[in-house]
Design a protein around this ligand. Structure first.
Ligand code: PLP
Ligand code: SF4
Length: 446
């Protein structure tokens, strides 16, 4: 895996003189794009089969400026947005490849795709039902309120992305399996809920990627929040810095967007762009560096987070470089996530023991300025579970864990122990250590 970027590669100065135009690529374009990679016809067919089941979307910036085609198909950014054969269980891959090979009727392909998706755990840990708040008897399905102080807002127009990550845990939203679709455009209801819940001090606008919305639409979601005194911070979760930095540079409404960010800061609130970065290669193009500069100039903070995924960033070197370089660019490392238990997790998942080893080895290499990062973290049913490490206690090898965030705030920050399991990749694989029946009073095994 080539993750070693020489620092010199960061100092190129070319910035676009004209406005690059966003161009999306969809499964229709896949065959053409894959001509740049040395693949056999069967390998190419396998990737088309994966794209018939799981979402595929990339764009001209990712293709022209992020991917190192000489390194594809092993290039980390290629793996970040292009399908790989191992993403589907073998029998499913074979079934879909056969259908495509024989040019089966579209309806048959769609039916097979649906059946395969339903086996890929599209609705992990009942997260939707448990987190949807109710206001005056109405379920607000475009909001999630899991931790007392923070409400997530999913704007209807922001439920897509500039490109799709192969490991995305929101993948069912992008393939039209829409009973999972969480979204709102009822801004008045959001405001009413927030006014009724003064304990909510932070709102996080998320998706998909809210930065796919025009500034005018984003404004409709952001400005009403400025009328609510108890909301002290506004966050926007986005991968646009990595996937389309021109959103902040040359897009038609880029300057208006920056003015909107300035307006939030001027209101006396903390404005944070929760930037999803996966690999240091995403920080190389001059455009992303210029975009980060512009965002920071508004007074907004950029905080960086992303999951640890096999074959893309499963090395301490990649993470150390990512944290060092984002810090150098004035951003703040925030969370390192564990890949969730949905979709192609079997392919991208990394065992918790190995996640912690990578986290620790990277953490040990960066200055205290970057040790703001917490991880590896599982966003699971009870809360955000951090793997603190492994230890031997009373002769038993255990994982040491704690909750950074919890549905029940009383559980936050209490160390607990799980039986060591080299193969465990998710919360549901863990059992309490020492033969105990639960992890803590009030914290049962998943
Ligand atoms: C991660 C997360 C938050 C935010 O948690 P912080 O620790 O404040 O960053 C809020 N709600 C949900 C559902 C989350 O998963
Ligand atoms: S940017 Fe986030 S929501 Fe969008 S595809 Fe990637 S992981 Fe999924």
């Amino acid at each position: 895996m080539s993750s070693a970027l020489h620092p010199a590669s960061y100092t190129s100065t070319r910035l676009p003189g004209t406005s690059p135009r966003f161009r999306a690529f969809t499964p229709r374009d896949l065959d053409g794009l894959l001509r740049r990679v040395a693949l056999s016809p069967d390998e190419r067919l396998a990737l088309r089969a994966v794209a018939a089941v799981l979402p595929f979307r990339t764009n001209s910036y990712v293709v022209d400026e992020l991917i190192d085609w000489a390194a594809a198909p092993d290039d980390p950014i290629f793996r970040l947005t292009f399908p790989q054969a191992g993403m589907l269980p073998e029998p499913d891959l074979k079934q879909m490849a056969d259908l495509l090979r024989h040019e089966a009727p579209k309806a048959e392909v769609l039916r097979a795709a649906h059946e395969i998706r339903m086996r890929l755990n599209p609705h992990p840990s009942g997260q939707l039902d448990a987190n949807v708040p109710v206001h005056e008897g109405v379920r607000l399905t475009g909001l999630q309120h899991k931790y007392p102080e923070t409400v997530l807002v999913f704007p209807r127009q922001g439920q897509t992305c500039h490109a799709y990550c192969t490991y995305c845990f929101r993948w069912p939203q992008f393939v039209g399996e829409s009973d999972l679709r969480i979204a709102t455009d009822d801004i008045a209801a959001t405001s009413a809920y927030l006014r009724a819940h003064p304990e909510v001090t932070s709102t996080l606008i998320t998706g998909g990627d809210p930065m796919v919305m025009s500034t005018e639409v984003l404004r409709r979601y952001v400005e009403p929040l400025l009328e609510i005194d108890t909301v002290r911070s506004i966050r926007v979760g986005t991968k646009s810095l990595a996937f389309w930095p021109y959103r902040f540079l040359t897009d038609r409404d880029a300057d208006d967007l920056l003015k909107l960010l300035e307006k939030v800061v001027a209101s006396g609130r903390n404005l944070a762009l929760m930037a999803h970065f996966t690999h240091p290669q995403e920080l190389r193009p001059p455009a992303v560096r210029a975009a980060m500069r512009r965002v920071r100039d508004t007074g907004a903070v950029i905080r960086c987070q992303g999951p640890l995924v096999r074959g893309i960033n499963d090395s301490a070197g990649a993470w150390a470089e990512l944290w060092n370089e984002t810090t150098a660019l004035g951003a703040v490392p925030y969370y390192q996530f564990v890949e969730r238990d949905t979709g192609p997790q079997g392919y991208f998942g990394v065992p918790l023991a190995r996640c912690h080893q990578i986290f620790r080895d990277a953490y040990a290499q960066v200055s205290g300025l970057a040790r703001t990062v917490r991880g590896p973290v599982m966003s699971a049913m009870p809360g955000k579970v951090c793997v603190d490490g492994t230890a031997e206690v009373a002769g038993e090898k255990v994982f040491v864990l704690h909750l950074i965030q919890a549905r029940d705030p009383d559980l936050v920050g209490r160390p607990f122990f799980a039986a060591y399991d080299e193969r465990a990749t998710w919360w549901s694989d863990l059992k309490p250590a020492f033969g105990a029946s639960r992890f803590l009073p009030g914290l049962e095994a998943g």
